[in-house]
Design a protein around this ligand. Structure first.
Ligand code: SF4
Length: 255
């Protein structure tokens, strides 16, 4: 496994394609401003390692910013050595980083939690990330949610949340004190994963027992199924989110 990445190998066709669309998303949604300090959430999965790598690239139009990589270990397997490999990767690349071991995953799957594990898990993880952002003086938090996550979230929110909404590429929170940004918002999951695998990033596998049976997995499989008949299905859903005919929706009332 490659941990010390040779930055000279970076300029592949795929890298240039991803970087072009990342920059476009960043500019379209004014995600990054001069002097921003960005906490990059690195779960250790392929997507987050690709995000870290892409944001650590020479940008043409994006203003200068600094960043810190933050990994929250959910504690599913305390003996899991992949986190040591991830830490070495941060060190080899001279990334400033925080790695924190927690019991968030276990707590979310224990009797202590009466709700869906994902609900508590995301809440606790997010809370800790906000605290670290504050401790480290970050005004933005970058998550590795890509175009496919945005599409799936729309369907999850409609199917289970009775609303039409999704993840915003640039979301202001705490009265504008902090922003959540999603620089991969234009990028397809397939290409992000391909890049991660080409670059042999030290991806940490997700040991969460819910990750195989979550609503997201259900919706992903459903979309794969629909895609067999219509290759454009994801693209159509994504474009529909930017083409809303308010006059052809229902009145805003509680139903
Ligand atoms: S799938 Fe597992 S790790 Fe992901 S949010 Fe749900 S409980 Fe947490």
């Amino acid at each position: 496994m490659q941990t010390n990445v040779d930055k000279k190998d970076k300029n592949t066709k795929l890298f240039l394609h991803l970087k072009k669309w990342l920059e476009k998303a960043v500019l379209d949604y004014s995600m990054i401003e001069e002097g921003d300090r960005i906490l990059i959430g690195v779960s250790g999965g392929a997507d987050s390692l690709a995000l870290l790598d892409l944001l650590d690239s020479k940008m043409i139009f994006v203003p200068d910013f600094s960043f810190i990589a933050v990994n929250i270990d959910m504690g599913f397997d305390p003996t899991y050595q992949a986190y040591a490999v991830l830490e070495k990767y941060f060190q080899d690349n001279h990334y400033p980083y925080v790695m924190e071991k927690t019991d968030i995953g276990l707590k979310s799957h224990s009797d202590f939690n009466k709700k869906n594990p994902c609900f508590l898990c995301s809440r606790l993880r997010r809370k800790r990330i906000f605290e670290i952002a504050d401790e480290k003086g970050c005004n933005k938090i970058a998550f590795a949610h890509h175009r496919d996550d945005i599409i799936e979230t729309l369907l999850i929110n409609m199917f289970y949340g009775r609303e039409i909404s999704t993840m915003m590429p640039n979301q202001s929170i705490f009265g504008g004190k902090l922003h959540i940004i999603r620089p991969l918002a234009y990028l397809q999951e397939e290409l992000v994963k391909k890049y991660s695998s080409e670059r042999q990033f030290p991806a940490v596998k997700n040991d969460c027992p819910t990750s195989k049976i979550s609503k997201r997995v259900y919706v992903k499989n459903l979309l794969n199924e629909l895609e067999r008949d219509n290759k454009e299905i994801r693209d159509n859903i994504y474009k529909a989110m930017g083409h809303i005919k308010m006059d052809y929706l229902l009145m805003q009332k509680k139903i």
